[in-house]
Design a protein around this ligand. Structure first.
Ligand SMILES: Nc1ncnc2c1ncn2[C@@H]1O[C@H](COP(=O)(O)OP(=O)(O)O)[C@@H](O)[C@H]1O
Ligand SMILES: [Mg+2]
Length: 451
């Protein structure tokens, strides 16, 4: 028995070096499949099994998505290797080729950077074709030409305002859908733990829970809880329930943002759901301390494994700027004054958009969602914050007035620095989908005439 075992252990090694002939069909089959799938797949398979055993559905779906993307890229690389073997002679070369093209498309690069990457890839492939005298099949040349033509047409269509607006609407719908899919189920056990935490820490007796259905909500499941405080008075709290899925989405977003601005370390970068909620809680305390209008914090509580609740005072009569049409000059002034207060403390909100600025009764201003706020932020972040604020306010008030008030309240120097951030690709993603195409240029021109 021991001898057979020992023999079994050496056979695959020999099989890898020589031929599979003469081996038992099971071992030969295993060696064949291992070669076919390579070590990546064994690693992915093991990781999937690990997560499946732990029943972590979220991690499993993320891994599955990554595996599908990987499979797609490898399939494309295999097709390329079959069609033009002298450009991509082996699996690594063809995979690298396809990956370079995919990244040049996926990464949020500037147009010239994208074209430069494509140029390098095409030049390398072209010089190889010439040097080795490869023959490119006519069908492939035709397919590549058609793909390039389609990409060019799509790019031109994107410059045409009606098509652009249609695209913006589609992107907003996608954004709303993705924000709904990030919500967690408010199960009775979860709500029971929430009620127990609120009773223990705040002396609050929970009587009802109302989910907040606002658009543009990405990083949580927001709810309003109603009930009675220790003295028996009717009270409401705003509770942001944050789960592992929300953390993963935020991490992905942060990494993309970092890729957009290489050289600047990703901040805030949270290593777990817990640190992410605690960070926002800390920022709420800081804003409160600075006297900048934002929800007053009431605590962070663990509800379940990887599920936390961030509790703050409920803002009575709240509406997001996204829900409101035009606002008055008083609101514009209050928003800019709050921003000036933040700037004086070298602090930024970091995610200024119409669903994170709220309008309270009497057109009072308040920030919400401090998850991306940064303390000791530096000039670039301050300029970015102001640029986002100028565009958002200009969607709800006259751009001339907004720029004029910003000049008065923030100062000409701040405006000058924000000007270089007033470009579509540098603005907040939500704002980009809502604004008229020429708004950033208009704001840049208005600032230029002031300076
Ligand atoms: N303290 C509060 N009181 C009432 N409503 C709030 C409060 N804070 C946020 N909201 C509302 O809930 C929505 C989602 O909150 P937010 O903190 O932006 O979550 P997310 O990080 O998931 O985007 C906001 O757009 C706002 O409409
Ligand atoms: Mg938000």
């Amino acid at each position: 028995m021991a001898g057979r075992k020992g023999q079994g252990a050496v056979i695959p090694l020999r099989a890898a070096g020589h031929s599979l002939a003469g081996l038992g069909p099971v071992v030969a089959g295993a060696a064949y499949w291992l070669t076919l799938f390579s070590a990546y797949w064994v690693a992915v398979g093991l990781a999937l099994l690990f997560f499946a055993r732990r029943q972590r559905r979220d991690a499993l779906s993320a891994l599955l998505a990554a595996a599908v993307a990987w499979l797609l890229l490898r399939a494309l690389a295999a097709i390329l290797r079959l069609l033009i073997p002298c450009i991509a002679p082996d699996a690594e070369a063809s995979f690298g080729f396809v990956l370079a093209l995919a990244l040049a498309y996926l990464l949020p690069l500037r147009l010239w950077q994208r074209l430069l990457c494509l140029g390098i890839v095409v030049a390398m492939a072209g010089s190889r074709i010439l040097a080795l005298g490869c023959r490119v099949p006519g069908e492939l040349a035709l397919a590549l030409g058609a793909a390039a033509l389609a990409a060019g047409l799509l790019w031109l269509l994107g410059r045409w305002p009606p098509a652009r607006r249609l695209w913006q609407r589609a992107m907003l719908a996608l954004d709303d859908w993705s924000s709904r899919s990030g919500r967690t189920a408010l199960t009775p056990p979860l709500l029971a733990v929430l009620a127990a935490r609120l009773r223990l820490h705040l002396g609050f007796v929970m009587e009802g829970v109302q989910p907040v259905g606002a658009a543009g909500v990405h990083a949580s499941t927001p709810v309003v809880v109603s009930g009675r405080d220790a003295a028996g008075r009717a009270t409401h709290y705003f509770v942001k329930i944050v789960t592992l899925t929300n953390w993963q989405a935020s991490l992905g977003y942060e990494l993309l943002e970092w890729l957009k601005r290489p050289g600047q370390p990703p901040e805030p970068l949270w290593l777990s759901v817990k640190t992410m909620v605690e960070y926002e809680h800390y920022m709420q305390l800081l804003f409160d301390d600075l006297g900048v209008a934002a929800p007053r914090p009431r605590g962070v509580y663990r509800l379940e494994r990887q599920v936390y609740a961030l509790v703050s005072d409920y803002l009575q009569g709240v509406q997001t700027l996204r829900e409101v049409g035009r606002v008055g000059r008083g609101y514009v002034d209050a928003a800019l004054q709050a921003l000036r207060r933040l700037r004086e403390a070298d602090c930024v909100h970091g995610d200024i958009k119409a669903s994170n600025l709220v309008v309270l009764p009497g057109e009072r201003f308040s920030f919400v969602d401090l998850a991306r706020a940064v303390y000791v932020a530096g000039g670039r972040r301050l300029a970015q914050d102001l640029a986002d604020m100028l565009v958002v306010l200009s969607l709800h008030h006259d751009p001339e007035v907004v720029v004029e008030r910003a000049g008065e309240i923030i100062g000409e120097q701040g405006l000058r620095q924000a000007r270089s951030y007033l470009h579509r690709r540098r603005l907040n993603v939500e704002t980009r989908q809502m604004m008229p195409l020429d708004l950033p240029r208009r704001l840049r021109d208005l600032i230029a005439t002031r300076l």
